[in-house]
Design a protein around this ligand. Sequence first.
Ligand code: AMP
Length: 192
Amino acid sequence: MSNSNKFSSLDLQPSLLSNLLEIGYEEMTLVQAETLPQMIGGSDVLARAKTGSGKTAAFGLGLLNKLDATSFRTQALVLCPTRELADQVAKEIRRLARGILNIKILTLCGGVPLRPQLASLQHSPHIIVGTPGRVLKHLAKETVKLKDLETLVLDEADRMLDMGFIRDIKKVLKLLPKKRQNLLSVSYTHQT
Ligand code: AMP
């Protein structure tokens, strides 16, 4: 395996690198090797990758690497097509973020009561993972503030479009700072 496939070849924070060793990720998957250098460099990236390819860790590491956990403002938003995917994504980002002290990652999805989410939002999370409709609802109520957002991830963006989320996503986009990094994943298995 060439050196370029090792996470240590990337300009990642030491806390992320040591945690990757601890959780047993030794080498990058193909999608990680192809996208992480650009993500870390600050470029917008579109990754075409199916579930199981390691795409979550790719964008997860990209957004975590530039996150300032000492600043309690929402710096990254990950939109997912379903609650199940949002839960999986949040779980994976939490795993990757184990080495970062005091990091708060919140899941905001529809189909569950709003009240507990409002309580969790009393202190701004660093990262929000959610479905477009529920995130928009919080933005409208101003219970979520994204003026300091630095990274937007649209996970399985093609699926979100298929599921009719385009209007909600457009409304969310209007409320984000123009200067931000955009990371998109699209799946291979495009359902029509
Ligand atoms: P995903 O495609 O994001 O759903 O990831 C699929 C699975 O691969 C998840 O269980 C991850 O924990 C795991 N994974 C991601 N990146 C790596 C890696 N570099 N080495 C080993 N496992 C990984």
